[in-house]
Design a protein around this ligand. Sequence first.
Ligand SMILES: Cc1cc2nc3c(=O)[nH]c(=O)nc-3n(C[C@H](O)[C@H](O)[C@H](O)COP(=O)(O)O)c2cc1C
Length: 321
Amino acid sequence: MKLGNYELKGSAALAPMAGVTDRAFREICIEYGASYVTSEMISSKGLTMGDRKSGFLMTIGEKEMPASVQIFGCEPETMAEAAKLAEQTGCIAVDINMGCPAPKVAGHGGGAALMKNPALAAEIANTCVNAVKIPVTCKIRSGWDDDNINAVELAKLLVQAGASAITVHGRTRKQMYSPPVNYDIIRKVKDAVPVPVIGNGDVTDIESAEFMLNETGCDHLMIGRGALGTPWIFARINEYFTSGKILPEPGIEEKMAVMIKHIGLLCEYKGDYVGMREARKHAGWYIKGMRGAATFRREIGELETMDQLKKLAERVIESAG
Ligand SMILES: Cc1cc2nc3c(=O)[nH]c(=O)nc-3n(C[C@H](O)[C@H](O)[C@H](O)COP(=O)(O)O)c2cc1C
């Protein structure tokens, strides 16, 4: 798939996930074959007001390219200013969040609330498109709720406004993250717009990746939760779609080595104190499903140092053997 003039390598991108897709995780996912990665959602207001936290979220390193920066908000001019700031990072695209259900975003007119206001959504997209040279993409849901499924109409407006690609998470705002994905609506969007459509929702392995592509005809995949603790999912999916081979999952030693590298990067970028606290959820994801995982959970919740993490990894490997 091409994003603007940029030819993506691979079949699946990393979805934006607040609190998860930080610089460390993005780097790991690129190493394991993500076609591109997306930042956590960043407040356009925060960015334009010079908020330090928003600026930190937008730091993009060389090792995580190609990367896209996702912004949220509901004021066209502020979003355009934020898009310009995002462009300065060297990212390959700016993504507009039109799907976040959280009250702190949708309750203020941004995120999924834009699905209820297609004219404003299109104005925001158009103002951003005119403000930057890189492609602007939009990430939408199927609709606000079951009575308001409008992804097709909205996608058409966004493309008219200049959006270069549309990601569709096949659920409504009301459905949040769990009911089955509506593949039909993703197919309808794909049939309705001339730009690439990226299918998102519940792609967790090769089988579900193939299912999403077959059911929807989408041009590309975007994976969120399916990459938590399993960043190698991108490499396995890429291999399958290029050679038809199903690579085995990495061995336990490799999995633990990836975890240690990932958490080492977290500490490098955020400092040991914050890094080790954020490491706990990632370590839990990495050991999920492994033998003895339940007994390691309490220990993971108390991790303070890299040394403790390495010792834990050794014991996870031993108990698997
Ligand atoms: C913890 C978490 C944080 C998320 N943060 C964002 C976000 O910042 N921006 C966004 O557009 N979507 C966000 N999402 C939604 C994901 O990008 C994705 O659309 C959704 O999880 C469905 O895909 P999946 O089944 O592959 O996880 C988030 C999802 C999760 C689970």
